[in-house]
Design a protein around this ligand. Structure first.
Ligand code: FAD
Length: 401
């Protein structure tokens, strides 16, 4: 039984079949669509460059063919751990031998007056993306609250469509929680050159409206940013309420081990809703990325089919803005040194984060070799030759060797 038919839920259902699981599989999802990918929602889909069939993880008829019962438009409302059953919103009850929770996360809302006005939008689902797409048009003034990856990707797509974009960020730089200052500066320059405006270090006091429609973002310094629509991109919170109500261990996300097992051995949890161990970093983390959803799907499917747990992967993530592909591996945390290879001005560079002389993370812009090599360096945990690392004349494969 799999609850949540998103990226992780769809992937684990197929992975179970690939690993030879022959029992019945039921995949329950509250959205109306078969499992689909969210990354294009802020990029190609929003720009109108991708058709709906390209969003689907697998063709819609795959599930019936693979003996996977897909229950769409159905919400799991309660878990009965003792009786090993899941209750759905329509009153039906599904028994399970193994249960996989894959409920994802939802956008954080802004706790300010006016947050419920018309034209205040968020971005998580196809329905959200379609609402945003419907308002984006040349000349529309879009205020984006939050200078994280989703906010910046939407800013790039909005500019592509001719809309005006103003990004309002509480911190003094973009991507402050997740990226090094050099990367923040690169994106600030890149977006500014394409007409995006930034208001940094700005607190949002309220959203103002006329006749129920948002028309401004009131800042704590008294300024008001006039707008026609607002996108709130201030992070996501895990959908872990079902797990919490069932008494599973949660800590801002369902706590799982490297087999994706929760505190109940018959229940697994995967994807954005989990807090998982990161052995390379000696900590637990809530990763919100497609590679993590796939890795944890593999862990759960391996455990259920009696295979050895797959070796932990180096976490990674990507973001596309304009003609720049950012690839990040590792966690840029607890680094004591950041070294830049290449030149941000050329639009191709990488920031290597080191701790005690070993690479713990890499942020690579249009630099796939640095990204791939960075992943290997992170996994090796060995000290790196710093002079070679920053010398673009030395090929990355020599740095890794
Ligand atoms: P989801 O895909 O959100 O799926 C969870 C599903 O469970 C949802 O359909 C939800 O409705 C359903 N559900 C929840 N509760 C219940 C319930 N009780 N009963 C039934 N169903 C339920 N990652 C990257 O690596 N690179 C990117 O460039 C990138 N871009 C992104 C852009 C956008 C706009 C967004 C929103 C995300 C992006 N991500 C990106 C993150 C990535 O999409 C997520 O990490 C991934 O979708 C996580 O998969 P999941 O299955 O855990 O969650």
């Amino acid at each position: 039984m799999i609850v949540g038919a998103g990226h992780a839920g769809g992937a684990v259902a197929a992975q179970l079949r690939q690993f030879g699981f022959a029992g019945p599989i039921t995949l329950v999802g509250e959205e109306a669509y078969p499992p689909y990918q969210r990354p294009p929602l802020s990029k190609a889909w929003l720009k109108g460059e991708a058709g709906s069939e390209t969003l689907l993880l697998r063709p819609a008829d795959y599930y019936a063919g693979a003996g996977i019962e897909l229950r769409l438009g159905a919400t799991a409302t309660a878990l009965d751990r003792e009786g090993r059953a899941v209750q759905l919103s329509d009153g039906s009850v599904y028994p399970y031998d193994s249960l996989i929770l894959a409920c994802g996360a939802r956008p954080r809302t802004l706790p300010v007056p006016g947050a419920g006005l018309d034209g205040v939008l968020a971005l998580r689902s196809i329905a959200d993306a379609d609402r945003l797409k419907a308002v984006l048009r040349p000349g529309l003034r879009l205020a984006i609250i939050g200078g994280g990856y989703i906010g910046l990707e939407v800013a790039a797509s909005a500019r592509h469509l001719g809309a005006e974009a103003t990004v309002i960020e509480r911190e003094s730089r973009l991507l402050a929680r997740v990226a090094c200052p050099e990367l923040s500066a690169f994106y600030a320059d890149t977006h500014t050159a394409r007409g995006v405006r930034f208001v940094l270090g700005a607190g949002v006091e309220a959203l103002t409206g006329t006749a129920g429609q948002v028309c401004g973002v009131a800042l704590s310094d008294g300024n008001v940013i006039a707008c026609d629509a607002v996108l709130v991109g201030v992070g996501a919170q895990p959908n872990d309420e079902l797990a919490q109500a069932a008494g599973l261990a949660c800590d801002s996300g369902v706590v799982v081990d490297l087999e994706a097992r929760t505190s109940d051995p018959a229940i697994f949890a995967i994807g954005d809703m989990t807090r998982r161990p990161l052995p390379l970093y000696g900590c637990t983390w809530r990763l919100e990325s497609v590679p993590n959803a796939l890795e944890q799907g593999k862990q759960a499917a391996a455990a259920i089919t009696g295979r050895p747990a797959p070796a932990p992967e180096v976490p990674w993530f990507w973001s596309d803005q304009y003609e720049f592909k950012l690839q990040i591996a590792g966690l840029p945390i607890a680094a004591d040194q950041v070294l830049i290879r290449g030149n941000a001005g050329s639009g191709r560079f990488a920031a290597f984060h080191l701790r005690s002389g070993a690479v713990v993370a890499v942020e690579a812009v249009n630099a796939p070799q640095e990204f791939m090599a960075g992943k290997l360096l992170i996994a090796s945990q060995k000290p790196v030759d710093v002079a070679q690392l920053v010398d673009t004349g030395v090929p990355m494969k020599e740095v890794v060797a």
